[in-house]
Every structure is written in C-alpha cells, then in structure tokens.
Design a protein around this ligand. Sequence first.
Ligand SMILES: O=P(O)(O)OC[C@H]1O[C@H](O)[C@H](O)[C@@H](O)[C@@H]1O
Length: 529
Amino acid sequence: MNGSIIDSPAWQKLSLLARQPYDLTKPGALSADNRLASFTATSAGLRLLFATQRVDGQVLAALQHLADEQNLIGRLREMKAGAVINRIVGWPSENRQVLHTSTRDIFTDKPAEPESASRARRELNKLEQFVQDVDSGRLHGAGGKPFRTMINVGIGGSDLGPRAVHEALQAFYREGRQVRFIANVDPDDAARVLASCDLEETLVTIVSKSGSTLETLTNEALVRAAFERAGLDSSRHFLAVTGIGSPMEDPQRYLRSFSMFDSIGGRYSTTSMVGGVSLGFALGMDQLLAFLRGAAAMDAAAEEPDMYRNLPLLLALLGIWNRNFLGYPTLAILPYSQALHRFPAHLQQCDMESNGKAITTDGEPVNVATGPIVWGEPGTNGQHAFYQLLHQGTDIVPVEFIGFLQSQHQQDLLVAGTTSQQKLLANLLAQAVALACGRANDNPNQRFAGNRPSSILVGERLDPYAMGSLLSLYEAKIVFQGFVWRINSFDQEGVQLGKILATDLLELMQGVDRTVPSELSQFLRELER
Ligand SMILES: O=P(O)(O)OC[C@H]1O[C@H](O)[C@H](O)[C@@H](O)[C@@H]1O
C-alpha cells in the first residue's frame, strides 16, 4: 500500500461529491426513486436501512470503488488467514497475527487459520466438560453447594465485551444462574457485588490476558480474602482465563484454567474464553454455540466484495463518508433495546482503542481524521436526555440506531392501541426521520435544520445468534475503517503512559525512595493536603 489515501482516485471523487451532499430536507427526499427500499442491505440476519444518510448513487459507487481500490476484502482475508498485521514498520511493535475470528471459525472443515481454529475448539471442549461438571454437581462449592453464581473479575476487554453480551442475553440464561462483574479497582465495585452473592455457591473467574493488570490482580486478592474470611478454600472456587505463559498460569490457585492467545486482542476477545467461560456457565453450551454461529455468519458476510451484501463494509464506508468527507468527529450508537445498554460502552473500547491512532502502520503521521469519538445510550431513554443537542445543537452527530422487531421476553401489552414494542420502534423511526428531514418554522427556536445523518440496523429479535452477528459486524466495521486509514487497529500504546505514572504515584504513596517527575509528587501533596 503506497502513497497516501487522499491521493487515491476514489478519495478524490468522494472529496468532490462531498461539496454537495444529498439534501435530506428537500421535499420527498426520502421517498424519491424508491430510496427507502433501495437503500437497504442485509447480512447474517441483520438489515441496514440507510436512506437517512446523506448519500446518493454516486457517493455509494465511489465508496464501493474506495473499498475495491484499497483491497479491503483481500486484506480482511489475509488477516483471517494469519498475516502478521499488528505491527508498525521500522519500529518495535507487537508484530502479532490478528485472529479473533478464528475463535468462531469452528463450524467448517476448512477454517481460515486451522491451527488457531483447533486451539479454539480445544478450549471449547474443555469448557463443555467444565459446564457438564458444574451441571452434574461433580464440581461444587467447598461447602458442598451447587454453583449458581459466577463473578467475572476483569477490566477493559476482559470485562466490557463479556458484560455487554451478558446484559444483552440475560433473557436466555439458564434457570437459577446469575453472573456479576467486578472491574474497577474502586473497592466499592467489589464490595457491592460480594454483598449480593452467597460465596458458597459462587465461582469466580479471573480474566486477564496479560495476567498482570493492576485492577484485576488487586480485585482477585480482595475477593479471595472475602472467601477466606468466609472459611472457604478459594482454590475450589476460582477459575483463570489468561494468556499462555502469563503469571496467572498456576494450577494450584485455580480450579480450572482456560487459555487465550496473543493473536486475540482484548477488545476483540468476547468470543474467546474471555467471554466464553461466563457465557457457557450462564447460557449453556447450545446457546453459546448459537452466539458463535451468529458471529461466524457475519464473519463470512464480511468477505463479500459487494457492500450491499456486506453490512460491516457498508457501515464502515458510511462511517468514512461521515467522518472524513462530511467532517463529523463523533458517532452515537443508540440501541432501541434496553438489553443492549452496555453495548455502546463495549464499542467505545473496540472502536476508540483500535482507531484512536495518529500514526500509520509505516510509522508516519496520518493526514486524515481517524477514529471517531464513540458514545451512546439506549433509546427511548436518550430522547429524554441528549436528543435536544442531536436535533438543534451546533455540532452534527451521525447516529447508528439499532432495533429489533420482537421483544426478548414477549411480555407486552396493548396500551392506547399499540404495544410497547410498537411504541419503541415508532420512536426509533421518528427520530431518524426528524433528524434527517428537520422541519421549518417561523419561530427560530422551533426550527429543525435536519440533514443529521443516521442508519438503522434492525433484526428480528435479540437472541444469541443475533448478538453474535451484531458483535462481529462492529468488529469487522472497525477493522475495515482502520485499513482505510492505514493505521494499526490492534495495539494500544496510548494506555501505557498513564499506567507508568500511576505506578510512580503508588510507589510514592508507599514511601518508596525513588525519583519521580516533580509534578507528580507536588500533585500528590496537593491532593492529600
Ligand atoms: O486482559 P488484560 O491483560 O488484563 O488487559 C485488560 C485491558 O488492559 C488494557 O487496558 C488494554 O488497553 C486493554 O486492551 C485490555 O483489554
């Protein structure tokens, strides 16, 4: 890949087209030329309605051309086959493969990277045995009680993705099972969870790829102390999910240990044992496999060259259009599904830790804007919180709505002539149209400028398959965008400096006699004054 992306013919064409983007506010803008029906695409059970984006046929053709000329599909296939793409040429870097898709590439006899796929299958077999041992009572609490609760102790990718999926799929939990999460080093996070658990029937899964994360090791010690205080041998209640060779690889301390691998980044690890152990415990293996099947189906769709058959590619390209050509710095992910209330938080890590970069894979400064600021909350709640800014603020925020035609629990009621699910979906559609079309008014304070772009991702019902499909969709979208920006979406050097300075402060607090940056010691004195 040579030269800068801005020199590419497709990029040049898009720059020209961006001078006069499609006007969503003109009369009939959404219904012209069968737009609402033709600006839709489907992959792996999910459908994208994107007529409310500021695109037309020419822009879409140029976006497809960008994907083709940048060989995005080819580069994704190389990634899945094991290319070492987590690297910065000419500088020390992780130099790793990127193989998170192999954790669900287990339903074919021709996986893209056979060795990694067989490792994934081995871990799943281990997990299946573990779940059977718990279900049968062969494994039980030190006091003899069956295990009914699991506490996941981890942070970042060892918490956000698993937590988002658990919150999304609680409706599918097995009878009597519950999973709780401890992530923050704030002692109240652990205290709150521990107070709600009967430790005699509780498993604790310590999740850390590196096996050295301060918050996770601290919380492990804190939770183990709670078990000891309760007179319970913690080694009979604790599981480990960690990288090969990590400090946590110690069979004496854990009832079972599951492996994850360097080629799987933390923020892309939900379909590995990082999410698998707690999901297998809570959902059972059949539903965990349905989750993996959904992810595998979207992984396959992500290899389709035609963006109308490839939702991850299409969503990635629409995001490039809004970010790089219409110039919008943020992106709101607004799920009209309360069960997805932690999904935006997972995407904050997956997107912003992947694409919050300013150096290309050649070690040169980028010359285009890269990852957007990702945020979001469920609708309809957000409508009563921040939609004022979305409609009438000075900054335009592109929106990705997510909705489902059916509720999970199927407990609904006709009130004033409509069901709650109908009310939910009516609000979703109304918001997309209001943002796009706006509304004129002589009263400037009641005027809606419109031309605020959005897409709507819709599925039948949020079940494990759909959740897997949705998770994979966004992982691939983020990867495609990083390919276009020619950055390394798979390392995270930006989180290191804060950790180093925190370690300096902790040593100061312990009275360790060492030189630290004077501003740190002055700041600490000020804080403790
Ligand atoms: O799983 P661990 O090794 O404990 O790492 C947990 C988290 O630590 C850091 O914050 C990294 O930036 C994240 O990508 C990672 O998920």
